[in-house]
Ligand binder design. Structure first.
Ligand SMILES: NC(=O)c1ccc[n+]([C@@H]2O[C@H](COP(=O)([O-])OP(=O)(O)OC[C@H]3O[C@@H](n4cnc5c(N)ncnc54)[C@H](O)[C@@H]3O)[C@@H](O)[C@H]2O)c1
Length: 340
């Protein structure tokens, strides 16, 4: 049985990926410092798969702790590295916190992984590296634009750190996965997204408004050059995203990678406007959403959706679930956590 370390494995995308890894027969070890998650997530994972993954509570900023972990677990076959801070606004206010948490941790993990024979590494990157792309859909060859925030910069620098390391470490093989907009929850409603405080992303804000936790959703701008004037995003179901990680990992484990450092977009290939997302939610939930049109928000990209050709053909992964599926699962999850 192959053993995989999932850092940040109790978080939103990490927990769904742990489930898919276990479904595929991998042994999983999770490292998380619980800074943006809770131990309860372990119960959710176990409820779905029937097997509790090994959990090590560790802050990856603790270099000695990371070294000790890899001494004990020198038999890991691969690492999927989700652990990071991800609030764009917070990163603007506290850049050093973000550079420390997102880059030091990456370096420490890579330093130890590099010492192993099987140094297979999957990195959580983001479509934010493209900024407002000149052409849509966005291919992996689109230029990386200057980052809009320290958070976005950590993803760009993170990719550079990994690429440089792969050049000089023959045993290190890595794939950076550039996610578009992950949404939804596991269909069991045993795991999902748990935003702390006011959600920054659209879907948790929608479900929290519908459940009565927020008064009203603001749609920022309806005068953009899009079909209905609102911004366009590529919403990808978190379960599809999780499955892509397992496929990417297997590609490295089986030595099917074309180069030692590869990049793939993970999206559906379809852009949806904010109003379309709201309509989808209203349709599947039967709820009326209280929203208003607000002025444009600074820094918002007008439209971003993925060209999925490379992921489809080279990785052999295609998204299967729809926006409606994602909204349905997100709503089921929201009601479950609010006990409604
Ligand atoms: N959710 C998105 O919209 C999105 C989009 C693109 C990229 N990403 C990236 O995907 C990854 C996972 O995102 P997510 O939405 O699941 O976030 P999340 O906050 O739910 O999960 C991250 C997990 O990492 C843990 N963590 C953070 N710092 C740590 C540290 N120093 N040591 C140990 N654990 C630590 C947190 O406690 C949390 O459980 C992140 O790297 C994020 O930047 C997310």
């Amino acid at each position: 049985m192959r053993k995989i370390l999932v850092t940040g494995g109790l978080g939103f995308i990490g927990s769904h990926t742990v489930v898919e890894l276990q479904h595929e027969g991998y042994e999983v070890v999770i490292i998380d410092n619980l800074s943006n998650s809770s131990r309860e997530v372990l119960k959710g994972i176990t409820g779905i798969t029937g097997k509790e993954p090994l959990f090590v509570e560790l802050d990856l900023k603790d270099k000695q702790g990371v070294q000790d972990f890899f001494k004990t677990h020198n038999d890991v076959d691969g690492v999927i590295h989700f652990a990071a801070s991800k609030a764009v606004g917070e990163s603007v206010g506290n850049p050093l916190l973000y550079y420390e948490n997102n880059l030091n941790t990456l370096v420490y993990v890579l330093q130890e992984l590099n010492k192993l024979q099987a140094a297979n590494f999957i990195f959580s990157s983001s479509c934010t590296v493209y900024g407002q792309a000149d052409e849509l859909p966005i291919t992996e060859n689109a230029p990386v634009k200057p980052a809009e925030s320290p958070y976005g910069n950590t993803k760009q620098i993170g990719e550079e750190i990994i690429k440089d390391s792969c050049k000089v470490s023959p045993n290190l093989k890595a794939i950076a996965l550039r996610y578009f907009n992950p949404i939804g929850a596991h269909e069991s409603a045993l795991i999902g997204e748990l935003p702390i405080g006011v959600p920054l992303n659209l879907v948790p804000f929608i479900t929290q408004t519908a459940v009565g936790l927020r008064e009203q959703l603001s749609v920022f701008g309806d005068d953009y050059p899009t079909t209905d004037g609102t911004c366009v995003r590529d919403y990808i179901h978190v379960v599809d995203l999780a499955k892509a990680h397992v496929i990417a990992l297997k590609r490295l484990l089986d030595g099917e990678n074309a180069t030692n450092f590869e990049v793939f977009n993970l999206g559906t290939g379809t852009g949806s406007t904010v109003l379309e997302a709201i309509k989808s939610f209203e349709k599947v939930s039967g709820e009326h959403l209280n929203y208003k049109i607000a002025p444009r928000r600074e820094g918002d990209v007008v439209a971003a959706f993925a060209d999925t050709e490379k992921a489809n053909t080279e990785l052999g992964w295609t998204s299967e679930l729809t926006l409606d599926d994602a909204m349905r699962s997100a709503w089921k999850w929201e009601k479950k956590i609010r006990n409604k």
